[in-house]
Write a protein that binds this ligand. Sequence first.
Ligand SMILES: Cc1cc2nc3c(=O)[nH]c(=O)nc-3n(C[C@H](O)[C@H](O)[C@H](O)COP(=O)(O)OP(=O)(O)OC[C@H]3O[C@@H](n4cnc5c(N)ncnc54)[C@H](O)[C@@H]3O)c2cc1C
Ligand code: FES
Ligand code: FES
Length: 493
Amino acid sequence: MTVQIRRSIRFLLNHRLVQLSAVSAVQTLLDFLRLDRNLRGTKEGCAEGDCGACTVLVGRLLDGRLKYESVNACIRFVGSLDGCHIVTVDSLAVPGGPLHPVQQAMVETHASQCGFCTPGFVMSLYGLWMENPKPSVAQIEKALQGNLCRCTGYAAIIRAAEAVSVIGNLDRDPLVAERATIIGKLESLKDGKRVEIGEGSERFLLPASVDDLADIYAAEPKARIVAGSTDVGLWVTKFMRDIAPVVHLSHLDELRRITVDESGIIFGAGVSYTESFPLISKHFPQLTELWNRIGGQQVRNMGTIGGNIANGSPIGDTPPALIALGASVVLRLGKVQRTVLLEDFFIEYGRQDRQPGEFVEAVRIPFLPENALYAVYKITKRLDEDISAVCGAFRVTLDGSGTVNEAIIAYGGMAGTPKRASHAEAALTGTAWTEASTEAAIEALGKDYTPLTDWRASADYRLLVAKNLLRRFHLETRGEEPVRLDRTIRQAV
Ligand SMILES: Cc1cc2nc3c(=O)[nH]c(=O)nc-3n(C[C@H](O)[C@H](O)[C@H](O)COP(=O)(O)OP(=O)(O)OC[C@H]3O[C@@H](n4cnc5c(N)ncnc54)[C@H](O)[C@@H]3O)c2cc1C
Ligand code: FES
Ligand code: FES
């Protein structure tokens, strides 16, 4: 079937329809807002998704429902926004009129000093308000993990979040009251066409369907697939890498499908952390903390599980956790699909089992057997919004007599890829789940890994942490409080 092509992108920016036919594949939303549209309320702090000063809301339709989410404009490419509604801080207060309830709450609780971070906080709080008008402190803190303030302090900002519903009525907010009209406008932008802008290696595309993506990528395997751009965005803003031609996945609702059957969950590769969270925390409560500690809210709204896997980083958080669950990846090249175990997908640093033109279509996560013990621990320098120095995932299945039938131990940050600990697993399998067998497995970890020293952690620290995490897993699964072991070595490190 011939695919129809549109040579422009169209989106709503605040109250206006924007149509662009000349836009660079690597133009960020932040540059577009500030430099092209003179919307300077959105700030640039870090340009790498960390500080939240650039936060805007992006509304997207899925199955006729419109959801607004906070995103980092600094690492979001304009090209990915076809068919979306972008809401910036500049649109919140009507000129000469009252402030928006979120802004008014910030004023009344003295939640701003120099004000540089304030527009970003306002937009994150606006996104939270729309989702949850009466959030708990824990929910506020989660929504603000991706916003940094270096002068006011967070207590006043949390008070502002609590005050928004006292000041404003959500039902009268324009994004709620006019939702049907906005949905109508966004529906009218959907024409099912492939979008293609620019020429040759400078261009970017938004495939019309997954079949179209398969055709495009098979024909042009050197193109760069971009899902949430939370990794790729930084290649552009920090490393000035040329990534075009770019293939955005943002039109592909098929890749955002989630299927649950009796044996497990299949997440389309384009499902974000935020979209997957309800099912992850329901079926794998042991992953709740890990999911909540991936990036900040904006990164979790944009970043995808498929991107985390395809990126192949040894310190990505989902691979060790999913390897221990026995997850597999569905890959597609043209019309041909194949499924590989996630642990086999990672071959060596920077190399995965992926042919030119082959992309990640879905991730399949089986449910845990009833007798399985499972836990994941993420070790970082800072609790929130930090990349793992070590991430350890453990699954042990016991028989009725307490003997280990199967042990799967996977770490991130310990090798060039997320990697299983085959020696430690062998030391445990067939033995009683006791302190003695755990200590033998801990000893064997030294044969499994020769970690690197880098600015996140020294090799000694990594190995020590990996050992202590296995000890912790054993103690926790035996109903004992985790204790701090090797205290002297910890202090030395
Ligand atoms: C501030 C910040 C904090 C972060 N914190 C964490 C963290 O705590 N833990 C963590 O693990 N990561 C973290 N990351 C990294 C990043 O968010 C994740 O790796 C995320 O899952 C990447 O997904 P994405 O959709 O944004 O991928 P993209 O950036 O769009 O793509 C990443 C790579 O995957 C490829 N790709 C994407 N989708 C596909 C597909 N379907 N098929 C084939 N190739 C594909 C791209 O070509 C690219 O090579 C953080 C990033 C930022 C900016
Ligand atoms: S400028 Fe810091 S997150 Fe975008
Ligand atoms: S008010 Fe100054 S950085 Fe937050």
